[in-house]
Design a protein. Structure first.
Length: 234
């Protein structure tokens, strides 16, 4: 489906090495993504070259701007079609990955996809605002990540409660980077922005990757219920 050599080259141009096993897994994942997209709305991006750039390379850029070497446990909050989590585990199969989503049929797809590429992940059917208060998940992860269009202050309230003190929350953002305005909210939740890199994906698409370190425990009242988060964001 995808052009594996083209993907390998794209990654290499950004200092990211993909071996043949990873490339084969990306190809299998792309095929399943397009196949399942015919049954349910997973993505508007279905052309091979666009999948390579706007899905796979986009997610792999996290590994360029964040060092995964000390990361073991990862949660993808609102995993959707598996971005950035599936590319991350294809790149680093040693990660202990949890994918959380509120829509069960997405998790059915993710379960199929992860097993098809010969990997394993924990799948959780839940809302982030509920699981963020659950002792089984709260402050249990080295890294929480999300690729989303939500404002950074909202995203931080959903994601930071999952992160251990000393761990990180990494947000993959588009051109609308509102991190500066969210710094006070991030601090309230126990985090601190340690880097915010803006770049152009494949030389054209504006992107930013925001790395937040968890420096203290998140106060117990967070995350709040979704209605309160949207009605009165931090």
């Amino acid at each position: 489906m995808i052009d594996k050599e083209r993907l390998r080259t794209l990654a290499m141009q950004n200092g990211i090495e993909l071996d043949q096993t990873a490339l084969d897994r990306f190809d299998t994942f792309a095929e399943l993504l397009v196949e399942w997209n015919g049954k349910m709305n997973l993505t508007a991006i279905t052309e091979p070259e666009e999948i390579e750039v706007k899905h796979f390379l986009d997610c792999l850029m996290l590994t360029k701007y964040f060092d995964l070497s000390n990361t073991k446990t990862v949660i993808d909050v609102g995993a959707g079609a598996g971005f950035p989590s599936v590319p991350l585990i294809i790149y680093n199969p040693d990660l202990c990955l949890t994918m959380m989503d509120a829509i069960n049929k997405r998790l059915t797809f993710l379960d199929t996809a992860v097993h098809a590429v010969g990997l394993e992940a924990n799948l959780v059917h839940a809302r982030a605002e509920d699981s963020g208060q659950d002792k089984k998940y709260r402050e249990m992860f080295d890294l929480a990540t999300a690729r989303a269009v939500a404002p950074m202050n909202v995203l931080a309230e959903y994601c930071l409660p999952f992160v251990k003190v000393g761990g990180y929350f990494v947000a993959l953002k588009g051109s609308n980077d509102d991190t500066e305005q969210a710094k006070e909210a991030i601090a309230t939740l126990g985090g601190e922005v340690v880097s915010n890199v803006s770049y152009k994906l494949n030389g054209t698409e504006p992107r930013s990757i925001v790395v937040v370190k968890k420096i203290s425990q998140t106060p117990t009242q967070f995350p709040r219920k979704a209605k309160k988060i949207s009605a009165k964001p931090l």
